[in-house]
Design a protein around this ligand. Sequence first.
Ligand SMILES: [Zn+2]
Length: 114
Amino acid sequence: MCKKKNKVRQARVLYLYSIQEGKCYYCGCHCSLLTHDQHEGKKPPDNMATLEHLYDHWDLRRPFMDQLPDRVKFAMACYKCNQQRGIDRFKKLELQHRIRVFDIKQFLYAQSEK
Ligand SMILES: [Zn+2]
């Protein structure tokens, strides 16, 4: 990930950490404010604070939500919940849904090129 994007992500995590009083959005555990860099490629601790996209990659609304404030689009979740949610969500999705998301992204990309 590029440094600028990483900085934006860190700033968002810090902001959400403060409004959620350091607690994971899902399980309520107390999160630790470490970054991926601080683990030198090793698996991060379960309670590491991460940026959770409430409207994930597979949500049909996500491409249209750019204008909404961060506190609506994101939450802070512990690493464990974030990973688990991603796995659960992917397992539940129908192939047709994944294709539809791909089609929307292609469409929006084509529009932006015009
Ligand atoms: Zn959690």
